[in-house]
Design a protein around this ligand. Sequence first.
Ligand SMILES: Cc1ncc(COP(=O)(O)O)c(C=O)c1O
Length: 407
Amino acid sequence: MKPIGSSDKMQLIRSDIRGRVYEKSLEMIKQGIHITRLNTGNPATFGFGMPDSVRNALLNNADKAVAYCDPRGMDDARQAIIAYHESRGIQGLTEDDVYIGNGISELASMICTCILSAGDEMLIPLPYYSLWTNAVYLAMAKPVFYHCDEKNGWVPDVEDMEKKLTPKTKAVLLINPNNPTGQVYPPAAVQKVVDFARKHELLIISDEIYDRLIFDNAPFESTAKLAPDLPVITTNGLSKSHIICGFRCGWAVISGPRDLTAELNRNMFKLAAMRLCGNALTQLVIPAAMNDPESTIEMISPGGRLYEQRKAAIEELDKLQAEGLIEYNAPMAAFYLFPKVSDRIKVKDDIQLAFDLLESKHILIVNGTGFGWPDPDHFRMILLPEPDELRKSIRDIGDFLRDYSQE
Ligand SMILES: Cc1ncc(COP(=O)(O)O)c(C=O)c1O
């Protein structure tokens, strides 16, 4: 028998977040080397703990989760999700519009399978978050990347969207607040995307998983609030806001005129029912988590870990920027950063840059090309270590870049 080969689709699937450099870091860890992992947004691995509200809800209710539940999710959980999105200004939701899944990661594939036929296209922000790109490939469709404008807070470039539009374009994806750039789009920028979608009759998918992790009250509007007349799928979840990435707890909410969304809703139900239901244990914590915004607010307020880490990072990064080693947009939400390495460092291969940084400073970052960035001059790092460790890592990155060249 021949070895099992790849399907055509698998040739396209890419995840540099857990790619070759990551594998090398695992080898180094096995050899006993301490690696500062600035590669994945997994807060619990940096000592963040889940809130008591979540722990108690799980422990006190576990018996309620032994049966398969409604394919869309448990009633109490869906009601809590509706109340949350109504508070964000989305109108007219019912329990039939909510789908709870094993993280947005599961729902992304369900959504793309529902809306895309082979050869269809979906507009995806560049730099991209690979989940959505891969989900489009798995649906045998084509991700088409639109630029976000680095010089203008990484906002979506609607003119570029216009250029990338074809008769096969079915949907446009927004990730706001954004991974990997850490930016929150001003409502006027979101409005432009909504107007574009309206003009071209496109479905909008708005991934808002970081909407509770916004710093300094930066203005944010949920896309669906600005588009009550359009079909919108809003995704969100508890992985980051309540530090339960491993629970796998996310959801999708379908809004907009019912005559436009009825078939989409039926298809989502079919796929949800195909896997019987999402993990019921994690759904038990949704009402408690939605009633406990305080634990999240604490993290992003002065004295809270995310706030202080971001502050420390900005202080150090500003120095690297003043020295001309990097250029960056200060993050406004979540814990990601997508800096540009100065042109004078002349990076030709950003995977090599990540390897070299790993070997010389034991710091793991992700190469920018792993987010589809066309030039090898960006990288993504996360801001999850405690302030002192983060400061040291950023200084070490500065020391490394100061002497580095690929010429
Ligand atoms: C933009 C974005 N969407 C979705 C996800 C995945 O979320 P989940 O844990 O709900 O699968 C992540 C995780 O990092 C993310 O950054």
